[in-house]
Design a protein around this ligand. Sequence first.
Ligand SMILES: Nc1nc2c(ncn2[C@@H]2O[C@H](COP(=O)(O)OP(=O)(O)OP(=O)(O)O)[C@@H](O)[C@H]2O)c(=O)[nH]1
Ligand SMILES: [Mg+2]
Length: 314
Amino acid sequence: MFDKLLSEIKKNNYKSISKAISLVENNNTDLINEISSYFPINKKVHRIGITGPPGAGKSSITNLLIKKYRKDNLKVAVLLVDPSSPFTKGAVLGDRIRMLNYYNDDNVFIRSFGSRGSSGGLSENINEIADIFSLASYDIIIFETVGVGQIEIDVVEQVDSVILVLVPESGDDIQMLKAGIIEIADIFVINKSDRSDADKLLVSLKKILSLVSLDNNGLVWSYPIIKTVAINDFGVDDLMKELNNHFIFLNNQNNIINNKINNRYTSQINKILNKKLIDLFWNDKNVEILNNELNKDIKDRSSPYSLVKKLLND
Ligand SMILES: Nc1nc2c(ncn2[C@@H]2O[C@H](COP(=O)(O)OP(=O)(O)OP(=O)(O)O)[C@@H](O)[C@H]2O)c(=O)[nH]1
Ligand SMILES: [Mg+2]
């Protein structure tokens, strides 16, 4: 059914890639199944997540990474998960304009996604979206997300290497570290290190990292902290070096990459199961039980828990 679309994707046809992504994002199961039938796709795309608070410099860093990867003749896709906050819309527009530098480069694909209102279409189908880029022979996919909401965390959890970008002056960053992103991050960046207090953050970050047990199946990854000044292209070469090191690390330490792959696989199975089970569950009989309850006055209804109990007959 999608033979033509898939063969165009293999030829790196921008429009076809874009169309396939939209279809997948809207949970087009036919296409998702066809993509799955190519599974496993051999080409290893390095999936990079770059996350951090609004305005930390994620896009500035991403822009430099694109430039540097292109110098190495690698194909790069950048997927921006738009912040849901209306306050940052201007910045998203800015990202688009800055990234228009690559408009004429067929080997750079840039697209932004709304994280609100897409009902998780992106985060639910990250694997399929990554597979589309594998088919089109991309080397790198960068997912830029603002590290706040669940959807963003869901995205970041499914990549190979996670960069957490922090800035010296924001106290909230430490809050975010507590919120669990620190366990997901592989590389820490202190951007805007041209400002004072970068070293203060470096010290507290080191302290926090020494407290949190970052377990990678007993294998040692150094969790580098890199100071950068994106506007001067300072430190981003080091970041790229660490990204490459991390990818090599993942691929050398078989049990780790397998662990990541296994987690991804399991989460995909769960995702499919959730959907199928819910669809199966809502047969006519169960819909009737729910409707009966809805027809009652609110004060006469069973609690949601007891109704579920009744629905499950337990
Ligand atoms: N002083 C200084 N400013 C920087 C640095 N890096 C980025 N900026 C500026 O910070 C602002 C935000 O940068 P972006 O790259 O758009 O940040 P972002 O994290 O992508 O922002 P959102 O996508 O809106 O969350 C821009 O005005 C940049 O020019 C830096 O190292 N030093
Ligand atoms: Mg940005």
